[in-house]
Design a protein around this ligand. Structure first.
Ligand SMILES: Nc1ncnc2c1ncn2[C@@H]1O[C@H](COP(=O)(O)OP(=O)(O)OP(=O)(O)O)[C@@H](O)[C@H]1O
Ligand SMILES: [Mg+2]
Length: 384
């Protein structure tokens, strides 16, 4: 089922249309130099620019306090801009009140009206828009079907589980064909299994509805599972924007490499490097294609290698020609079910490294001297 703009009820005209003339579903959201300063030591959001394309699933990811919710609230109109512009499909909405932006919102706490039934909760935005009774009944049934809650129309929120309540809140957020849907940690209060199930639901609904979704989370796995693209926030600025694979495989900075998955990190300091880089007396080949374009690389760089790209051997002569390698000692081995992680003391300072090996590979024991190696094209040189 698709909730297209053709089916949209004839309500009062809103300044922001549900679909652009281009025919592509959804709304473009463009932030230019957006700043929010609460008068604290540093702005909550500091001159960020980001264009979210029509129909895109964009996730704002980042640690606590990095400015994700503030950014979402600025888009929604719940917060006022200190500087910069926000445009929906090219029209500036910086001074429009929230209800005129025609955006759907979903929060961690379901915020359902406890005294209204499921059907009445979902109908609420349509009643506000003066949609006719028959049309309301049709659209409520349609959207409850979409979120897989048919037959629960007459229940009150207190009669539903947390996951079911969040489905009702989702139905209410999309029933009026919003220009875009903004979701702030909507799965944060749910247990792990339910979270996974609802992630798949949200993906399916995004595909079926086809509108722009902006999803906030601090959970990197959730962001990787759901998103077309991720904007990674760090202290009020955007560290990097890209597809989950780009951020994982081609991080520009150490912050990005560390936030998305595990990394082995070799700090190069301010030392320069060319076709080789040296770390604690080891000389390693550098593939130019693996050097991040980030300007910070020239002042302070680090080599990062993912654990799954590292192999370990007991015999140093077993390292293949052309590979980069380093001596290490096995600190610990963790059995993870589908694989094992070998924790390594690497280099003179014995810093912690990680290699992922086959679950059936039990060749390594604590204290073993080993050589860790990887292909130069599998490492990345990032700004540190
Ligand atoms: N109403 C407010 N008044 C003052 N400071 C605020 C206000 N709202 C947020 N901040 C500050 O702005 C910064 C960013 O907060 P924000 O809520 O956007 O972070 P977040 O990335 O959503 O974090 P979390 O993952 O914990 O939800 C924080 O330092 C926070 O203390
Ligand atoms: Mg938040």
């Amino acid at each position: 089922m698709t909730i297209s703009s053709k089916e949209a009820p004839a309500g009062p005209a809103t300044p922001v249309a549900s679909a652009p003339a281009s025919g592509r579903q959804g709304t473009q959201i463009r932030l230019a130099d957006v700043t929010k300063d609460y008068g604290l030591a540093a702005p909550a959001v500091d001159a960020i620019s980001l264009t979210i394309e029509p129909g895109e699933f964009m996730t704002l990811l980042g640690p606590s306090g990095s400015g994700k919710t503030t950014t979402l609230n600025l888009i929604a109109g719940f917060e006022t801009l200190t500087a910069g512009t926000i445009a929906l499909n090219g029209s500036d909405v910086g001074t429009l009140p929230p209800h005129k932006r025609n955006l759907g919102m979903l929060f961690q706490n379901y915020a359902l009206f406890p005294h209204l039934t499921v059907a009445q909760n979902v109908a609420y935005p349509l009643r506000e828009r003066k949609v006719g009774k028959a049309e309301i009944a049709r659209r409520v049934a349609e959207v409850l079907d979409l979120v897989q809650l048919p037959g629960r129309d007459g229940n009150y929120p207190s009669q539903l589980s947390g996951g079911q309540q969040q489905r009702v809140a989702l139905a209410r957020a999309i029933v009026f064909n919003p220009a875009a849907l903004l979701l702030d940690e909507p799965l944060g209060a749910l247990d792990r299994n339910l979270r996974g199930a609802l992630q798949m639901e949200i993906r399916r609904i995004h595909r079926e509805v086809g509108s722009t979704f902006v999803f906030v989370t601090h959970d990197q796995e959730e962001a990787m599972n759901l998103s077309d693209r991720i904007a990674l926030f760090n202290s009020g600025h955007i560290e990097q924007v890209g597809t989950p694979e780009e951020l994982y495989r081609r991080p520009d900075t150490l912050f990005t490499a560390r936030f998305l998955g595990d990394s082995n990190v070799f700090d190069l300091g301010s030392g320069s490097f060319g076709s080789t880089a040296s770390w604690e007396g080891n000389s390693w080949a550098v593939d130019p294609a693996t050097i991040s374009g980030h300007s910070g690389v020239s002042s302070h760089a680090a080599i990062v290698v993912r654990p799954e790209d590292v192999r370990i051997v007991s015999d140093p002569t077993a390292v293949p020609a052309g590979a980069n390698s380093v001596g290490a000692a096995v600190r610990d081995v963790e059995y993870m079910g589908s694989y094992r992680t070998v924790m390594l003391d690497v280099g003179q300072a014995g810093r912690l490294g990680r290699a992922r090996v086959d679950a059936l590979d039990s060749a390594f024991s604590i204290g073993d001297r080993v050589t860790a190696w990887w292909r130069p094209e599998r490492q990345r040189i990032v700004a540190a």
